[in-house]
Design a protein around this ligand. Structure first.
Ligand code: PRP
Length: 173
């Protein structure tokens, strides 16, 4: 699969335990109203599927596929949606689910786009947060783990599209 793994950063048991806690926290945070959980693909697909099964209140699930313009490393922060949720956002609680917050660029632009659709509330849930984001203009209400500033793969996260299926989170050599 190309590069070798260096170390396990969060193992399966730690992830499962934390996802359960996040599910309980989210359940308690939304006592009323329609809740739409929006997963940002592709990175969030495993986290989202585990997370929604730990939320014990009615909800709907949809996805977003975003594409950045130009060079990702030096992106100007322009993001467009390749797939837009079919569901209406207006008047609903929107919970945007992301695997990792790195620079915060993707999330900031997406939040601007979603906010313009007049949801009842709009919050971010990220499994991992590197706390290096200087471009994130929105708080991350729900965070799974503070992540080390290393290249992380597994549990949905990739390196050149590999490693997404690994059930734990590891760093690369
Ligand atoms: C990764 C990751 C986040 C984003 C975080 O997505 O899944 O969405 O980058 O980086 P940022 O905070 O610097 O914007 P990627 O573009 O690799 O797509 P993927 O979800 O399909 O892996």
């Amino acid at each position: 699969m190309g590069r070798a793994l260096k170390r396990v950063v969060f193992d399966e048991a730690a992830i499962a335990g934390r996802v359960k806690e996040l599910g309980a926290q989210i359940t308690a945070a939304y006592p009323a109203g329609d809740l739409l959980v929006l997963g940002l693909l592709k990175g969030s697909f495993i986290f989202l599927s585990d997370l929604v099964r730990e939320i014990t209140r009615p909800l709907q699930v949809d996805f977003l596929v975003a594409a950045s313009y130009g060079d990702k490393t030096f992106s100007s922060g322009n993001v467009r949606l390749l797939y837009d949720p079919e569901t209406k956002l207006e008047g609903k609680h929107i919970l945007l689910v992301e695997d990792i917050v790195d620079t915060g660029r993707t999330l900031s632009r997406l939040m601007d786009i979603l906010k313009a659709r007049n949801p009842r509330s709009l919050e971010i849930c990220a499994l991992l947060h590197k706390h290096v984001a200087q471009e994130l203009r929105y708080p991350t209400r729900f965070v799974g783990f503070d992540a080390p500033n290393e290249f992380l793969v597994g549990y949905g996260l990739d390196h050149a599209e590999n490693f997404r299926h690994i059930p734990y989170i590891a760093s690369l050599q």
